[in-house]
Design a protein around this ligand. Structure first.
Ligand code: NAD
Length: 250
């Protein structure tokens, strides 16, 4: 049965063809949800929206680090869809830097997209969700937040993703009385454009050896978790961080 019939969602950073946001958008649409894809390039966002099953999806340009743009886009999508029930803060960037290589502009860029963007887009939608006493916000963190590092992200990426966990819990606490939920997903090693082709076969094998399930995740593994957190199946789940990592932290 469809889990999101009649619902609407905004998913940020969902234009990237093999990305976690796009896989989430595809699955949400299959479950009857109308989706607005927001990404840096409006044409790419619209092209991604055109790939989704069903009608009425839209793709729009929005830089999540731009507070005015977030407010404008949130109002636009609210007006167009009548309501936005679900927000997936998925836009993110990484930089493979070591601690001492992080320049101020690196820190700003990674904190801005991952952490500030999550706050700005949430702030743009929260008043609407609160007024309706209903909403689900899903924030994309990372195993890098929990392990203090991953394969690709630097320490500033770990800091940004750990910041998302704190922000998610604080949001969940403050919004709970209004029946607006906030949860975080911590993906492990997932095959996407971020990860594809960037490791030698030997390095890839080393990574896989550290994963109890012995395989990389697929984007749809993360999408399934987002679907659960977005839908009423998780009606009593808020402030949680859900690991999608093949057992990487066991
Ligand atoms: P991706 O690079 O394929 O997609 C990220 C998208 O964000 C791109 O479409 C990009 O254009 C968009 N984006 C970048 N800056 C933006 C901005 N300022 N405003 C709006 N959009 C912007 O990456 P992905 O692998 O699909 O990752 C999606 C999310 O999951 C990210 O937050 C990432 O940090 C996180 N994550 C990924 C993995 C993994 O293994 N791939 C693991 C853990 C967490």
């Amino acid at each position: 049965t469809a889990l999101l019939t009649g619902k609407t969602a905004i998913i940020t950073g969902a234009a990237s063809a093999r990305g976690l946001g796009k896989a989430t958008a595809l699955l949400f649409a299959e479950h009857g949800c109308r989706v607005a894809i927001l990404d840096l390039d409006g044409d790419a966002a619209q092209a991604a929206a055109n790939d989704l099953s069903g009608d009425g999806h839209i793709g729009l340009a929005c830089d999540v680090t731009d507070r005015t743009a977030c407010l404008k886009l949130a109002s636009h999508v609210e007006a167009k869809f009548g309501a936005v029930d679900i927000l997936v803060n998925n836009a993110g960037i990484t930089q493979p830097l070591k601690l001492m290589e992080i320049a101020p502009e690196n820190y700003d860029a990674v904190l801005d997209v991952n952490l500030r963007g999550t706050l700005y887009m949430s702030q743009a939608l929260i008043p609407h969700m609160r007024a309706r006493k209903s909403g689900s916000i899903v924030n994309m963190s990372s195993v890098s937040a929990q392990r203090g590092g991953g394969i690709f992200g630097g320490p500033h990426y770990s800091a940004a993703k750990a910041g998302i966990l704190g922000l998610t819990k604080a949001m969940a606490r403050e919004l709970a009385p209004d029946n607006v939920r906030a949860n975080a997903i911590c993906p492990g090693f997932i095959d996407t454009d971020i990860t594809a082709g960037k490791l030698t076969p030997e390095m890839r094998q080393m990574v896989l050896d550290g994963i109890p399930m012995g395989r990389a995740g697929e984007a749809k593994d993360v999408a399934g978790c987002a679907l659960f957190l977005a839908s009423d199946l998780s009606a009593y789940v808020t402030g949680s961080e859900v690991d999608v990592n093949g057992g990487s932290l066991i």
